[in-house]
Design a binder for this molecule. Structure first.
Ligand code: 9UX
Length: 72
C-alpha cells in the first residue's frame, strides 16, 4: 500500500533548487513519485513504506542542503 506525505521544505530560492530536491527524493529506493513546489515550499511524496521511511525522505532533503519538516 503506497503512502503519501507532504514535507515543508525551506531554503529553496530557484527552480534548480526544487529540481535538486525532487531528484534527491526520487533517488531513494521505494519512492514512487516526488513533486516539489518552489512557491509553496512543499514536497509531495508517494512511496512504499516497506522500502523507505518518511524520516529517510526528510534526511535526503536535508542532505541536499535544505531544511525539511514532515507535515501531519
Ligand atoms: Mo540557483 Mo537555487 O544557484 O540555490 S540552485 S538559487
Amino acid at each position: 500500500e503506497a503512502r503519501r506525505i507532504q514535507v515543508r521544505v525551506t531554503g529553496m530560492t530557484c527552480s534548480a533548487c526544487s529540481s535538486a530536491v525532487e531528484g534527491a527524493i526520487s533517488a531513494l529506493p521505494g519512492v514512487v513519485r516526488a513533486t516539489v513546489s518552489l512557491l509553496q515550499n512543499k514536497a509531495h511524496v508517494v512511496f512504499d513504506p516497506s522500502r523507505v521511511k518518511d524520516e529517510d525522505i526528510r534526511d535526503a532533503i536535508e542532505d541536499a542542503g535544505f531544511e525539511a519538516e514532515l507535515l501531519p
